[in-house]
Design a protein. Structure first.
Length: 226
């Protein structure tokens, strides 16, 4: 029997109390800058057992301004920005070359929380990108060595052959260079924190950068209607 998608959708419930703990969030106690709050919420998601809390949606746009989105991994968040990595020749890499601006979206359903970040993106120096890559797992290096990201694939057999060769090299040469591998940093201009509420009185706190400096006093804060 075919699945009735609409019936299935109607059967789902958001934030089931059996699996979700909706914490309170008082924006009056939030820090002056978004990064400390992000670190606090991220640690809470990890402690709550959220699966893969470091994954995030990355939205970019092509040369015509058409949007695209995918899931990537957060590599770090500090005063320099939120970082992620990819091949420069991948679709996202080409988008960021042509339009170096992006948005990130984190969702931690176990706590009913979202974080949205957007701003300009720049590439870190190649040495930093290679250092970041080589600090990761053998699998991460093998995937990077496989390359050809976003290109048309002739067959799964071809992927298996190239991947197997990449795994062998990654195991043999843990410092193997991948020149196309790029570490990107998004310098946030706007960060929004969303705390879900079972009565739909969701709390939304938005930070906006007021100046060019990274000092805490350069951020303004405002509440948004849910």
């Amino acid at each position: 029997m075919a699945t009735d998608l609409h019936e299935l959708l109607r059967s789902l419930r958001v934030w089931d109390p059996e699996v979700t703990d909706l914490p309170s969030f008082d924006p009056a106690t939030a820090p002056a800058a978004p990064l400390p709050l992000f670190a606090e919420w991220f640690a809470a998601a990890v402690a709550a057992g959220q699966t893969e809390p470091h994954t995030m949606s990355l939205a970019t746009s092509d040369e015509s301004g058409l949007p695209d989105v995918r899931i990537v991994m957060l590599h770090g968040a500090d005063a320099d920005g939120w970082s992620f990595a990819s091949h420069a020749g991948s679709r996202k890499g080409r988008h960021l070359t042509g339009r170096p601006y992006a948005a990130l979206g984190f969702y931690w359903p176990v706590l009913g929380r979202q974080v949205r970040v957007r701003g300009p993106v720049s590439a870190a120096p190649s040495a930093e990108a290679q250092g970041d890559l080589h600090a990761r797992s053998t699998g991460a290096l093998a995937a990077a060595l496989t390359g050809r990201q976003s290109e048309v694939l002739a067959s799964l057999d071809e992927l298996a052959r190239v991947s197997e060769s990449a795994w062998e090299r990654a195991s043999r040469e843990p410092e193997a260079p991948v020149p196309s591998w790029t570490l990107y940093r998004l310098r946030a201009e706007e960060v929004e924190f969303f705390q879900g509420d079972e009565r739909r009185r969701h709390v939304r706190l938005r930070y906006r950068r007021d100046g060019e400096e990274t000092a805490a006093e350069e951020w303004s804060r405002e509440l948004l209607w849910p």
